[in-house]
Design a protein. Structure first.
Ligand SMILES: Cc1cc2nc3c(=O)[nH]c(=O)nc-3n(C[C@H](O)[C@H](O)[C@H](O)COP(=O)(O)O)c2cc1C
Length: 174
């Protein structure tokens, strides 16, 4: 047990998830205790799950617990979704809690804790009206979004840096 505030990090199935350890390190340096949720697809090779479990000292939560089992994590003091996919943002906004990750997000908004999102969505998908509506709806619920990030390589083959630490800054923004 610890007195540190507890941060939920929700990881979705985008390519940049491979670097999620950077976010965990930054959060721990800012004195957060971290517990990771991952979508079932994200668990399918998008990041090094064993390394994340070692880093956080806790199992990753991806499946619903069995009835009667205790909640493995304490309630969150804040939530970060990084990377956030097109799929998860749309399901979250629509209230479709068909994975533990999205169910946790749906519940978090009702808890009134700060929630920060680092989207990683290709421009062609971000142009879909459902996505635009989802982002607007979630913003209206108080969810804080970082600027769009498309995840695609820029001209010359370089990918813009994914601003992991920005998620932690957003938690404290007004
Ligand atoms: C290698 C790879 C990279 C992907 N990158 C992205 C991405 O950056 N953003 C996104 O929205 N979907 C991306 N996808 C598609 C998602 O994985 C897919 O929509 C999935 O259903 C998302 O599930 P989740 O939202 O439950 O994590 C990628 C898929 C693959 C195979």
């Amino acid at each position: 047990m610890t007195d540190k505030p507890f941060l939920y990090v929700v990881v979705c199935a985008a390519g940049v998830a491979a670097d999620v350890s950077k976010l965990i390190t930054a959060a721990q340096e800012r004195d957060w205790e971290v517990g990771v949720f991952a979508s079932p697809t994200a668990m399918n090779g998008f990041f090094d799950a064993a390394a994340v479990e070692t880093q956080t000292g806790r199992p990753i939560r991806s499946a619903w617990r069995r009835p009667g089992d205790p909640r493995p994590f304490p309630a969150p003091d804040a939530v970060v979704v990084a990377p956030a996919t097109f799929n998860t943002v749309n399901k979250w906004a629509a209230g479709i809690a068909d994975t533990l990750a999205v169910g946790t997000l749906c519940e978090a908004a009702g808890r009134g804790v700060p929630i920060a999102v680092l989207p990683c969505v290709a421009e062609a998908l971000a142009a879909h009206p459902a996505y635009q509506d989802s982002v607007a709806r979630l913003r209206g619920m108080g969810v804080r979004f970082a600027d769009p990030y498309a995840g695609e390589a820029q001209v010359g083959g370089e990918r813009r840096e994914f601003g992991w630490e920005l998620a932690l800054d957003l938690l404290h923004s007004p």
